[in-house]
Ligand binder design. Structure first.
Ligand SMILES: *[C@@H]1O[C@H](CO)[C@@H](O)[C@H](O)[C@H]1NC(C)=O
Ligand SMILES: *[C@@H]1O[C@H](CO)[C@@H](O)[C@H](O)[C@H]1NC(C)=O
Ligand SMILES: *[C@@H]1O[C@H](CO)[C@@H](O)[C@H](O)[C@H]1NC(C)=O
Ligand SMILES: *[C@@H]1O[C@H](CO)[C@@H](O)[C@H](O)[C@H]1NC(C)=O
Ligand SMILES: *[C@@H]1O[C@H](CO)[C@@H](O)[C@H](O)[C@H]1NC(C)=O
Length: 314
């Protein structure tokens, strides 16, 4: 290490002859002219990544412990790292919201309530303010018998009214396989389901209605949904899609905000860290989910799950 100021007492610099006040004045001027504008430029608040919600297709069977990765992700993302916050603020302002699709049997199943593994685990999710559970209902591109879809919705609604099991109530419905091409009969089908969902007493005061066309739909369908899954597919498809451009164009043409859009990407290559992908999805979609699984995508958690939720909360 060099000795500092070894020549301090023997001024050899050409500046030595100049009076000190002049040096200070020049220095002061330099600070005002150069340093201040730069500091203002860099100090300006960076546009922060917008808030995101994790949309979890939780088709995982709730064997004891099987849903723990979700509860752990929830717990780590509930606590702010800012320890100055009061406890109340921590509980009222979680860093990240989760919308969890519960799916016992490609629907609620034929019994009035699902089996005891579900009735044990669902209330654990429901006790958290930043978790919203919604029930899976199949529509088969509106080719399903509508009475059966309506019956599924009513069954989910009745869960919350079961006096022997507390905390089972859901707060919305996920309608799977909704069409993308517009047809008046399909629109009517989806409107009828939406009316049923909002008129149920057992789905909370403001149920969330999700459509899953898995691709960009005719925007007219979006009127009867709060959230539409506009992309569900493999990472390779996402890559070849010109995703960002397509989404931006769609948002402009459909006047759809990112809060109304969800994106699901599966089959991430194991070599890929999800950082850039998550960032890209968040810029277009208010709700997102990614998984490295390339089959039975939603039947278990993948190794990158916790990293993904951290990224969503960042
Ligand atoms: C709950 O899950 C366990 C483990 O998968 C299973 O052995 C058990 O039969 C399940 N209980 C019910 C009521 O289905
Ligand atoms: C989570 O959801 C609540 C209630 O819907 C909302 O007020 C809050 O802003 C959301 N938080 C984030 C981080 O999105
Ligand atoms: C409540 O749940 C129990 C256990 O699943 C079931 O036997 C009963 O029929 C349910 N009651 C109602 C009103 O749905
Ligand atoms: C639709 O389902 C209802 C209730 O199970 C049944 O009564 C009706 O016959 C079915 N309609 C068709 C067209 O299959
Ligand atoms: C769903 O959309 C309806 C109609 O726009 C709105 O009134 C309701 O508050 C929304 N609910 C949620 C949970 O976003």
């Amino acid at each position: 290490m060099k000795a500092r100021n070894s020549k301090a007492r023997y001024c050899t610099s050409r500046l030595c002859g100049i009076p000190k006040y002049l040096l200070w004045a020049v220095l002061g001027l330099a600070v005002i002219v150069i340093v201040v504008p730069i500091a203002v430029m860099f100090g300006r608040k960076k546009p922060s990544t917008p808030k995101g919600t994790v949309l979890v297709p939780l088709y995982v069977y709730p064997s004891p412990g099987a849903w723990d990765p979700l509860l752990i992700a929830h717990a780590t993302n509930t606590l702010h790292h800012d320890f100055k916050l009061t406890t109340t603020r921590i509980t009222n302002h979680p860093r990240l919201n989760f919308t969890v699709v519960v799916n016992p049997a490609s629907g609620p199943g034929l019994e009035p309530t699902p089996d005891s593994n579900y009735t044990r685990e669902i209330p654990k999710l429901n006790q958290h303010a930043n978790v919203r559970t919604v029930g899976y209902v199949s529509t088969s591109y509106t080719n399903r018998n509508i009475s059966l879809a309506l019956r599924d919705i009513e069954t989910y609604s009745a869960w919350s009214e079961n006096s022997t099991i507390a905390g089972l109530g859901l707060q919305g419905i996920f309608l799977d396989e909704t069409p993308s091409q517009y047809q008046a009969t399909s629109a009517k089908f989806l409107d009828t389901l939406a009316d049923s969902i909002t008129s149920q007493t057992g789905l909370g005061t403001d149920p969330l209605i999700i459509h899953n066309p898995g691709t960009i739909p005719d925007p007219r369908y979006m009127r009867s949904a709060n959230l539409t899954v506009v992309f569900e597919g493999a990472y390779s498809t996402y890559r070849s899609h010109g995703f960002h451009k397509t989404m931006t164009a769609f948002q402009d043409s459909a006047h759809a905000g990112r809060d109304a859009l969800a994106c699901i990407v599966h089959s991430l290559p194991s070599t890929l860290d999800g950082h850039a992908l998550t960032k890209d999805l968040r810029s277009s979609c208010g709700s997102a989910f990614i998984t490295g699984l390339s089959k039975d995508y939603y039947a278990s958690f993948w190794p990158g799950w916790l990293g993904f939720t951290d990224e969503m909360a960042a």
